[in-house]
Design a protein around this ligand. Sequence first.
Ligand SMILES: NC(=O)c1ccc[n+]([C@@H]2O[C@H](COP(=O)([O-])OP(=O)(O)OC[C@H]3O[C@@H](n4cnc5c(N)ncnc54)[C@H](OP(=O)(O)O)[C@@H]3O)[C@@H](O)[C@H]2O)c1
Length: 250
Amino acid sequence: MKLEGKVALITGSTRGIGYAVASLFLKEGANVAICGSKEENAIHAIEKLKEEIKIEENQVLPIGVNLKDTQSIQTMVEKVIQKWGKIDILVNNAGITSEKSLLDSNDEDFDEMFEVNVFGLLKTTREVVKYMKKTGGSIINTSSMVGINGGRNQVSYAASKFAVNGITKSLAKELGPYQIRVNAIAPGVVGTDMMKERVTEEMKQRLIQMTPLKKMAEPKDLAGAYLYLASEEANFTTGTIIQVDGGLVM
Ligand SMILES: NC(=O)c1ccc[n+]([C@@H]2O[C@H](COP(=O)([O-])OP(=O)(O)OC[C@H]3O[C@@H](n4cnc5c(N)ncnc54)[C@H](OP(=O)(O)O)[C@@H]3O)[C@@H](O)[C@H]2O)c1
């Protein structure tokens, strides 16, 4: 098992990409804090995981966190430290999206996008690094193809994901001396609730046609790339943004 004895905190792991990553990390022996916007969502996700894979009772910790709130983020990190005493892997995966033109976007839209996707990620990372500095570790940020190519009517989401890429590269430089690796995954289009909210059936078919692999990813198709970055196999990989998009953006 590739993550035996490791402790992982994964934001946004109650569903979608984060859930699939949590499932694979658990199969590889990690202890995982399953985090969602409400504790009951995290408890529900753990019940579902237990139906799908074999998990030890002490291998999971459900946490509800509001990534817009600094105190809530600090409490999330403290809960993980209290239970397992360290954090080896941080996956900053939780995120929101929006499909609005520039002129339709108001100040609240801009603020919310950055509060969750950028400041929530930065604050979580700051709180975790206080502990991770002592042990080294791996930080994996979920970016997006929109953070590489931009997106029509997605200017605030694109801005937030370009910021995530900048944070990834800057922190790789800053935290490298502590043996903390910082990388990002840039998914293309993945069949999750987020995607279903904004992509019509017609758009979906068009995207599939534009994708060299001629299919749309399921969350589990992304998980292997996260496992690579979390594992010792990536011990000389830092500051990279790995596209997992079926070749859609190149
Ligand atoms: N799906 C795609 O096509 C796609 C493509 C490129 C990039 N991405 C990126 O991949 C990541 C995951 O996307 P997904 O499609 O898997 O998302 P999703 O299915 O919509 O799930 C979002 C997750 O984030 C959590 N979350 C949302 N807002 C939060 C907040 N304010 N505080 C705490 N937790 C919060 C949710 O918790 P609850 O369940 O409790 O609400 C949930 O676990 C995001 O960063 C997204 O931008 C997705």
